[in-house]
Each structure stands twice: as structure tokens, then as C-alpha cells.
Write a protein that binds this ligand. Sequence first.
Ligand code: BGC
Length: 687
Amino acid sequence: MIALIAAASLALSVQQEARIDNLMSRMSLEEKIALVHGDSKFTTAGDPRLGIPKLWMSDGPHGVREEISPNKWNPAGRTDDYSTAMPCGIALAATWDADLAEAEGKAIGEEALARDKQIMLGPAVNIMRTPLCGRNFEYYGEDPFLAGRIAVGFIRGEQSEGVASCVKHFDANNQEFDRDGINVKVDERTLREIYLPAFKAAVQEGGVGAVMGAYNKLRGQYCCQNDYLLSKILKGEWKFQGLVMSDWGAVHDTVQTALAGLDLEMGTDKPYDEYFFAKPLLEAVQKGEVPQSVLDDKVRRILRVMTATGLLDSRPRGSINTKQHQAVARHVAEEAMVLLKNHDGALPLNASKLSSIAVIGDNATRLQAHGGWSSEIKALYEISPLAGILKRVGDQVNVTYSIGYGPGAGPNAAARALQAAKAADTVLFIGGLNHERNFDTEGSDRLDLKLPYGQDELIQRVVEANPRTIVVLVAGSPVEMGPWLQRVPAVLVSWYGGMEAGNALARILFGDVNPSGKLPCTFPKRLSDSPAHALNAYPGTNGVAQYKEGLLVGYRWFDTKNIEPLFPFGYGLSYTRFEYSNLRLSPNAAEFDIKNAGDREGGEVAQLYIHEVHPRLPRPAKELKGLRKVFLKPGETHHVSIPLDRNSFAFYDPDQHAWAVDPGEFTILVGSSSRDIRLQGNLTLRP
Ligand code: BGC
């Protein structure tokens, strides 16, 4: 097997590079051109004369997407393209578990092999700048360090199977509104500290094989023809050796795009031989507008990925829809769930002490995996929340279901739900968002933070009818809870949990699994508290989105400006309690102990933030620089050591065009969330 995408780089052997030289020396100009643009929705033509097969790509970040017709966006209508549906990206980030991300990446890689794909179009690592972005559910939240850790784990796992990951969307694609045209203006320091680090980690630590250029413009230039992003930073500074492809239909020009560093054009809405990188590029090379060496570099990069993924030799068969992959899906869904509130131990439920449960809500039965657009999965099966609950309680408990709200609910739906609520011991209200337009979906943003379909009012009425009402939010981005949060005893965010969502939810609700997810994004009390909205800097004016908040994205804003969020970044409760002690600091590590002081086994995510006491340039009040998830039995103590290095203290100095670390005092904050700091100490860096 040739699976040579090493963890550190797309390193091929000398023999493999020589083989690529040899192939290229035998290729005509036309044959080279055939490799640099699509010849169907998700393939390039290859070179049959030289024995180079078609290169196959597939979405995406949550598993291998169903087959799409070669020339239209319709499903191909096949019966052999069911696959494992993993929880959505923000759920993976909520696990704060890079090892689990690696396990998920590996499982998807095995399925990609079985489906004969060389490049998988994920992970998607754009930073949550606004809670309204329609694709927040696919991404890894608001913090660049966390997004980088999850991305690196995912890529390592996927690429260990000899499948290239394609990290996307490079760069600053932080809203769906006007995504094809919006011109993002962001200062250099913010670009470097917030919007590039997850990509940099994917390239330098993950050794990612491919990068996808975004639709939007950055500083007046489309990302796919942006010399600064593609040539200077990605290929120059970061020494990326793999290929850069366009997002689907994101190319607008031939010469500038070719010179700026894009290698592969996909998805343009034109006949394939009229793509910018088809006949027009051929002519541009013939006329000398694009040097032959520039085309050769593109072909070489594409051949590298083909070589590294075994396309030119043979590939293992992979495996698909295995029990083991389904177990990974369930495990991620379980570790992702975030318990936001649990008054008086309302959760977990004890099935043997309950005689009836009223399950209420559209999301209790709605299947979610096949939604959201390009990240959708045609799941082999999907366990809905209701199905999971029914399976878990068996005949022990009488479970009723009423839809209560939603697009399919009739006029008396709420009344029936209230009746059911009154009659039951406990209510499980399973609501939130879905993948319809203007909720969690590609192609549009949300319009506000409110729960749709009158849920706020319904929850209040349900809890009046039955105070033992537990709210489960199935959603991929923050929602407001003001009207009812104080009145309900427990709230759990389950995200979109993939094919095993219902089983995972039931195991958390009934205490078979202890929740250990933490929010990868701030939940604001109201939209106007959140930075891009407070500054009126979303969705942009006259096609320009000026990132006025600069570095102060997410908790960096809330903490620096002392704004109380609804729930802070890094927050999440457990059915047990953890105690932190014995902090010891050195410039190379923070060491401390975590004890499970409760009576249940559970997982805790220790988070390390830094605060520079007298920074030369203003810095956010805190910045996440380390994390560790530990699983402890009751009474057990674990000694944790979180490494620190230059990157942990550095900031980007725009005058020097370089990262800098100033000597001086830093406070190291270790906590269970960004606002629940348990240990802290100071550290002085000497010159
Ligand atoms: C999305 C990409 C996706 C591509 C192919 C685009 O609309 O932005 O994330 O990979 O389509 O489906």
C-alpha cells in the first residue's frame, strides 16, 4: 500500500518524485491541461494514454456524501452510496478530543477508500465570527487553537488511510450571506492570529494534501486568485507541497488565477472545455501569458496527491458501514453533548423510577443527516431522538410523542403537547433548529438567534403544565434561551448527532454516559452582544465586510469587554464534579492534578488560557493555548501536563511582519471553562 501522506508533510520519496518527473516529461501540453480542471462535478480527466486514472473527490467533513450525477447537482440515484453519518463539525469540536477526531477521520478515510475517492473535501475550519453563519454547524467553533487541534487530529486519521483531506475554505469565509462576492477586510494581525492558524496547523502539523480556496474576496481579491493567500502565505511561508483547488464555481479568471497559485479548478458553471483552466489556460500558456513552469508546478502538485493516495498504483479496498464506524459515530455524538443546566440533579433520568415520559418537538423525529447541503450524508440508517429513547426504555416506561411545533405541525399541535405534558411524569422537549433555509445550512445565514416556530412560547407553556421539563436543543449554532431558561430544570445541547444521534442522546439522558462536551463557541444572551453585531459589522456594507472587532472574536470579545454571555466558551457540566489542584508552572509546561470528586465516572476538559500582563500591543483578556481531556473514575486523580512553547506566548507583530514573544509577565489560567478558572499563576519570560 502506498499511503505516504506523512503526518508532517506531503513527503514523497526521491523515487516517487523522479517518477512524477518522468510522467511529466512524456505529457503533452493538452494532457497537462486535462489534469488541472474538472471533467464532471467531482472528477478530473486523468490521462488514459499514460495510465493515469481519473481523480475522484467527494464531500465532505461528516462522511462520504452520496453520489451526485456527473453533470448536474441531482443525486445519481444509486443504491450503493449509503455511508456512515458522523455528527456535524461543531459537535466534533465540542468533544475537545483530538484523539476522537483522529478516530473519526480514520473511519471516514476507510469509507472513502471503499467508495474509491482520493480526496475528501473536509475538514471545514472557518472560524465562527458570527453566531448567524449558516455553516457554523460544519465548522469547529470560534477559537483558532481548538479548531486547529481538531483539524489536525481529523486529517491525521483520514490521511493515515491513504486518502487526502482537503481543508476548506481558505480563507475568511465566515458568512454565507453574499458568500460569492463579499469582500472581507481584515487587519493583518487578526488574519494571522484568528483566521489563519487552523489552516496553518492543518498544513504544517496535519500534512494536509489539499486546500480549497474560498468563494469570497479577501482585501479586494477573490480567494482563488489571491496571490497573497495562495502563493505568499500558503505555498511560500508555510511551504505547502500539496494542491490548491477552487471551491465549486469560485474561479473568475484564467491568468491571474493561474499565476496566483490555484492548481485545480472545480465546479465552474460552463462546459468543461471552456473552464478557465481548460482551453483559455492552454491558450494563455501558448501565448506566454502563463509560463510553462507555472502549469508544470500545478501538474506536479496534482500528481503528488495522486501518488500519495495510491491512485497510480493500487489502493486498499477500505471498508464501509461497519459496526466499528457506527460505534465511532455514536462515541463522538456522546462526547459532544453539552449539559448547560442541571438543577437539583434533574438529569440523569432513572428509567426504573419513571412511569411515563412525554416527548415533544419536531426534532424528536426529524432526520438530520441528509441536510445542510454539501455536507449532507445519505446515512445507512439514522436513529432519531425518539427512536433512541424508545429503544432505551423498552416497555418499562410509557412514552408518548407529540410534535408540538414545527413546519409539519397542525393548528392544535400545541394543545395536544400540553395535554401530554400534564399527563406525564417527565417531559423531554426536543427542539432547536434544523437544516432548512436560514437555519443551519450552507447557502444562507440565520436571521436572528431565536428558536423558530414559536418554540420559546411553547416551552414556557409546557413547563407551566409540567415543571419537570428537560429541554434538548438539536442545533449547530448558538440560540437564545432568555424566555424560559430560568424556568426549566435542565438543558442539554445535542448538536446534530449523525446516524447514532438518538442512541447517544438516550445514553446521556439516562446516565449510561456522563456528558463531557464543552461549548466550542460562546452562547450570547442576545445577538447585539456579539462582536460583529455590536459593531454593526455584519453582513457588510456595499459588499464589504470590515472585520472591525479585529482580534476580539467570540470569548476574546466577551471577556475583554466584560460582557456576560448566556453560556461561555468552554462551558459544559457533568454528572460528577472535578477538582483542580497543585499548579506548577514553567515556560515549557503547566502541570496540575484533576480529581473526580463525585461518584460517577466522567470526562473533563482542562483548558489553559494565557493572559499577558503588560502587552506591547493590546491583547485579548485571555487566549486558549492548551487543552487536555481526561476520563476519571470516582475518586481518581490524574496528573496533567500541558506543554507550552513559543507559540503559546506569541502574538503577531504587524510592524515586523512576524510572530513575536516579548519578555515579561504572563498569567496562566487553568479552568473548566473560559469563565470557571480553577487555578492560576504567573510566569515571567526572560529575554
Ligand atoms: C461548498 C464546498 C463543497 C463544494 C462541493 C461548495 O458549494 O462550499 O464546501 O465542498 O460545494 O460540493
